[in-house]
Ligand binder design. Structure first.
Ligand code: 4GO
Length: 261
């Protein structure tokens, strides 16, 4: 049990503080999620410990060298064998990969883990990717200066799904995407919020009455309808996908058909 991430990075110090805060901290402390950092510089050679060089064919920037990466990956494989851990897939973060989804996060959360390769500079020599990378993942259509934030993002998304991390098991079943729809709005105290004194034009803002009614079935129906309305407006593609999976009831369809376009 537990998920192991082996992270290849030039900046291992980025991962420390992250493991010390929030609801996910216990999962790291108990090694329910075991993050092992592999500083790439440790596998570089020579006085200068080079991990990058100029691209053949010319052009701007630097490319991460194959050999330190291969030595680092060999050290990870040897450690996995020594620890009796599974040989986990190698994930490389780049904008060219398919987008990370909650579905993939759920699969990884129930898996032995992965080796996460964090690129820097212009990227990694293609021969490393061709020989060793099993899966390429992107967070979205933008460029980052390194793969560390995508790695931390993946680790966070996987860690919060581990048993005991959230306050109750139902908590993440309510998340956006867990049922394929966006999350409903949330409210807490006070029940009626006074206008800030500097903004007399802002009316007092009450919590939606149904949430104060104590009618659990009505509350559940209201939340479902809030999810449906928000998702239909912002992400009609997700409504279509939920419909195709047969996850919209007659009630849901009636509600959607009555929404203003
Ligand atoms: C991943 C990596 C963006 C993403 C990256 C993304 N930029 N959209 N940059 O998930 C090679 C060196 C890739 C820096 C890395």
């Amino acid at each position: 049990m537990g998920v192991r991430f082996d992270v290849i990075t030039l900046f291992p110090e980025l991962f420390g503080p992250f493991q010390q805060v929030g609801v996910t901290r216990r999962a790291f402390e108990s090694a329910q999620v075991d993050v092992r950092l592999w500083p790439l510089r440790d596998h570089a050679e020579g006085v200068y410990r080079r991990v990058d060089d100029r691209p053949f064919g010319g052009g701007p920037g630097m490319v991460m060298l194959v050999e330190p990466l291969e030595r680092c990956l060999s050290a990870i494989r040897a450690d996995q064998v020594a620890q009796g851990a599974a040989r986990s897939p190698v994930i490389w973060f780049s904008p060219a990969g398919p987008r990370l989804t909650q579905k993939r996060v759920q699969q990884l959360a129930a898996s032995p883990g992965a080796v996460l390769v964090c690129g820097r500079y212009e990227g990694v020599d293609q021969r490393f990717i061709d020989a060793h990378v099993d899966e390429e993942i992107s967070l979205g259509d933008y460029v980052l200066s390194g793969g560390e934030l995508p790695a931390l993002t993946l680790i966070d998304a996987v860690t919060r799904l581990q048993p005991g991390v959230l306050h109750d098991a139902a908590s993440h079943e309510q998340d956006s995407f867990s049922d394929g729809l966006l999350d409903c709005p949330h409210y807490s105290r006070p029940e009626v919020l006074a206008a800030p004194s500097a903004q007399v034009d802002l009316p007092a803002r009450a919590v939606p009455a149904v949430l104060m009614s104590g009618h659990h079935a009505q509350i559940a129906r209201w939340r479902r309808e809030q999810q449906l309305a928000l998702t239909a407006r912002r992400r009609p593609d997700l409504i279509e996908a939920a419909r195709a999976r047969g996850e919209l009831s007659k009630k849901d369809e009636d509600f959607l058909s009555r929404l203003p376009l």
